[in-house]
Design a protein around this ligand. Structure first.
Ligand code: PXL
Length: 277
């Protein structure tokens, strides 16, 4: 291994531990595209494979990845790069309590400086049925290791135990999630709160900030949550502060939603190139 010189200096590095979503809208694919777009060297360890079923209303066909294989991927990525080079990890869909336990164990051994947790409980188009077990495991095992959490409306309600109908509710719930986790929190109202703005609330060591953008339609876009958390990770890896990372990640996602990509699924996909001029 050669030492980095001016010519070979590494770009910031970000590892996503997430599921594959084959159509490229969400999951590790969205994360890697976001990392690349924001100047970070992207690395992925897969937790599961999601293949939508066009013969069954685009339902989610879900294949978990064996716990040992997940641990092996994480081992390979951290062994390849020095811990100080790979200090930022983004966590996406885990899919089961067993996977959460595996990932939590692998992270606890390595303690990366930034752990951005997108607490994915269910995907767009799924029913909240099986979210509870995953919710409990996330809260007990991953939330305490997170340094930054990005819950959407549903996840904010689940993690805080509160009902969220207004921006004030969103702020109170975000403060509660910060209290129980110690992490910076970016709670997303998205299209779920009434009004013509997509409102998110940041709560962290730098204070509280309400982030607003005009709503772009009333439908959630696939990959918006993944891309937001991945953008936060890429920015933190470059030394950007948590609050500034939240602001810039929201701009990135807002531009990506404005230029979303339509296919045959009932939800469009975010385009990570939205900020390109
Ligand atoms: O958008 C949430 C999400 C995250 N990760 C994977 C997914 C989805 C939704 O479909 O498939 C792998």
């Amino acid at each position: 291994m050669s030492a980095p010189t001016a010519e070979t200096a590494r770009p910031p590095m970000t590892l996503t531990i997430a599921g594959s979503e084959a159509t490229g809208g969400a999951g590790a694919q969205a994360d890697l595209k976001t990392f690349q777009e924001l100047g970070s060297f992207g690395i992925a360890a897969l937790t599961c494979i999601v293949s939508f079923d066009p013969k069954d209303g685009w339902s989610h066909r879900f294949t978990p990845i064996d716990a040992q294989v997940i641990a092996d991927q994480i081992e390979a990525t951290f062994a390849d790069y020095a811990p100080e080079a790979l200090d930022t990890v983004k966590l996406g869909m885990m899919g089961s309590p067993a996977t959460i336990t595996t990932v939590a164990g692998a992270l606890a051994e390595r303690s990366p400086a930034h752990v951005v947790l997108d607490p994915v409980l269910i995907c767009k188009g799924q029913e909240p049925g099986h979210a509870l077990e995953t919710d409990n495991a996330l809260k007990a095992e991953l939330l305490p290791q997170a340094t930054f959490v990005t819950p959407n409306h549903f996840e904010t309600e689940q993690l805080s135990g509160m009902t969220v109908e207004t921006v004030d509710d969103l702020q109170t719930a975000a403060e509660e999630i910060r209290r129980i986790s110690g992490a910076a929190v970016l709670a997303k109202g998205g299209v779920r709160l009434a009004g013509d703005e997509a409102v998110d609330v940041f709560v962290g060591a730098e204070g509280t900030e309400v982030l607003r953008a005009p709503k772009n339609g009333e439908h959630a876009v696939s990959g918006a949550g993944c891309s937001l958390a991945a953008a936060v990770a890429a920015l933190l890896a470059q030394g950007t502060s948590p609050r500034e990372s939240a602001r810039r990640a929201k701009e990135f996602v807002t531009a990506g939603i404005a230029q979303r990509v339509a296919g045959s699924t009932p939800f469009d996909a975010l385009w990570q190139g939205g900020l390109r001029r």
